[in-house]
Design a binder for this molecule. Structure first.
Ligand code: C2O
Ligand code: CU
Length: 470
């Protein structure tokens, strides 16, 4: 009941496939924006907070009047938001109440290897596992999601993702918008069959089925916090919007046209050194940007649309704010937010090359790093604990590349130094035929982690590599 449109296979580098919905879709900006509930610890002691998230199947109303089966942490999509403190141990017990194995990864977490969600560390149906997050890291907007080898795309599509917000003393001391004016926004796309289900292409659908969506899966409905093109009423005041691209394969260039400004204060790895005023924020899958929007620049009654400049029509729409009332605002955006010490390339012990290309995967076309598909039995790099390294990433088509464990700084894009001061990232978009050099330091833990493409279909079709910190 879903139709597939979009670009055809071009050589061995297919473009993403757009799935067209057959369900009746709501008028944009009629459904209220949901805010995912905060998870509550079931126990806290002097050193840690303990949470339990049960992964289960549920039916939720996403399109008005239709029931959509999902898989969700807590039976919700997005899952409950965990708010944690840097340096305070957070233990998340994930109980698998689904009919398939799962793996949970805290994206952006500085996590010991046994809790990082290595793609073959499965939690079987009926089993549970305690993921331990020491959170020896800066305040940042993180998220958790499924990471099961070969099945991350479908399992995230079904709903296995949620926010994990880390705060710290440095950030709390700043007068940034907080409370109800600190709003996490998970943006992702889905398509809906007439019965409300969100089908995902079957990989065993016959000859060519796999190749047909190996470029990535796109939906035609843009969801924010699980609601289609929602609306949010706001005060004439500053809001902190924690933008997360939780899509499988879609990239956004978010803006408030005409002429609205977004003041970026944070990136994947937490606060920037100083705020930066932007007309648009580009986010590839997995990337985050914390921005402040000052709705006092508008009048009561104004509608402010958040749009994706990369598309036209319905997919260009994301959500809409309506300025509802005057209100007191004690927030401010300080000119200095944090200190971001640039890593020194002269201190790097090695430069490693990673080439992101397509190639042969067991007789099908798949995605490779340095010509090899993911294999959990193989280690492709062994950085030493404490070392600074430069990783040179090269692509044929666009790939959002994500590194586990270690935040990094971008040294060069296409041979040019990025403008502006250093910032901490964990996911970087390689544009078509581009080389990006990143610099990172491996701290905290020895063990096995992955580097992979965060286009989830590329990841599932093997664009992932293991490194082991030794
Ligand atoms: Cu957000 Cu390895 O993933
Ligand atoms: Cu990719």
């Amino acid at each position: 009941t879903l139709s597939v449109a979009g670009c055809s296979l071009i050589g061995s580098t297919p473009a993403p496939r757009l799935l067209a919905s057959s369900a009746p879709l709501p008028t944009p900006y009629t459904v209220p924006l949901p805010i995912p509930a905060l998870a509550k610890p079931y126990r806290s002691d002097a050193s840690a907070d303990y949470y339990e998230l049960v992964q289960r199947a549920a039916e939720v109303e996403i399109l008005p009047g239709l029931r959509t089966p999902i898989w969700g942490y807590g039976g919700q999509f997005p899952g409950p938001t965990i708010r944690a403190r840097a340096g305070r141990r957070t233990v998340v017990r994930v109980a698998n109440g689904l009919g398939a194995p799962t793996v949970t990864h805290l994206h952006g977490g500085h996590t010991p290897p046994e809790s990082d969600g290595y793609p073959t560390d499965l939690v079987q149906p009926g089993a549970r596992r305690d993921y331990v997050f020491p959170l020896e890291q800066r305040a940042a907007t993180l998220w958790y999601h499924d990471h099961r080898m070969d099945y991350t795309g479908p399992q995230v599509w079904r709903g296995l993702a949620g926010f994990f917000l880390v705060g710290d003393a440095e950030e709390s001391a700043l007068p940034l918008p907080s409370g109800e004016r600190d709003v996490p926004l998970m943006i992702c796309d889905r398509s809906f069959a007439a019965d409300g289900t969100m089908p995902y292409p079957a990989r065993d659908g016959g000859p060519g089925a796999r190749e047909a969506f190996m470029g990535g899966v796109l939906g035609d409905v843009i969801l924010v916090n699980g609601a289609p093109w929602p609306r949010l009423g706001v005060d004439r005041a500053r809001y902190r919007l924690r933008l997360l691209n939780g899509s499988n394969a879609r990239t956004y260039e978010l803006a408030l046209p005409p002429g609205g400004t977004l003041t970026q204060i944070g990136s994947d790895g937490g606060l920037l050194a100083a705020p930066r005023t932007l007309e648009r924020v580009r986010l590839a899958p997995g990337e985050r940007a914390d921005v402040v929007v000052d709705f006092a620049a508008y009048r009561v009654g104004d509608h402010v649309e958040l749009r994706n400049l990369l598309e036209e029509g319905a997919q260009a729409r994301v959500m809409r704010f309506t300025v509802e009332r005057d209100a007191r605002d004690d927030s401010a955006i300080p000119a200095t937010l944090s200190r971001v010490e640039p890593l020194d390339p002269a201190k790097a012990t090695v430069t490693r090359d990673f080439q992101f290309t397509s190639g042969d995967l067991h007789g099908h076309t798949g995605w490779m790093i340095n010509g090899k598909p993911f294999d959990a039995r193989r280690v492709d790099a062994k950085p030493r604990l404490g070392d600074i390294e430069i990783w040179r990433l090269t692509s044929d088509v666009a790939h959002p590349v994500h590194l586990h464990l270690a935040g990094f700084q971008v040294l060069s894009v296409g041979g040019e130094r990025p403008s502006g001061p250093a910032e901490w990232k964990d996911t970087v978009e390689l544009r078509e035929a581009q080389t990006v050099e990143i610099i990172t330091r491996f701290t905290g833990y020895r063990g096995r982690y992955v580097l992979h493409c965060h286009n989830l279909e590329h990841e599932d079709m093997a664009m992932m590599s293991t490194f082991e910190v030794v």
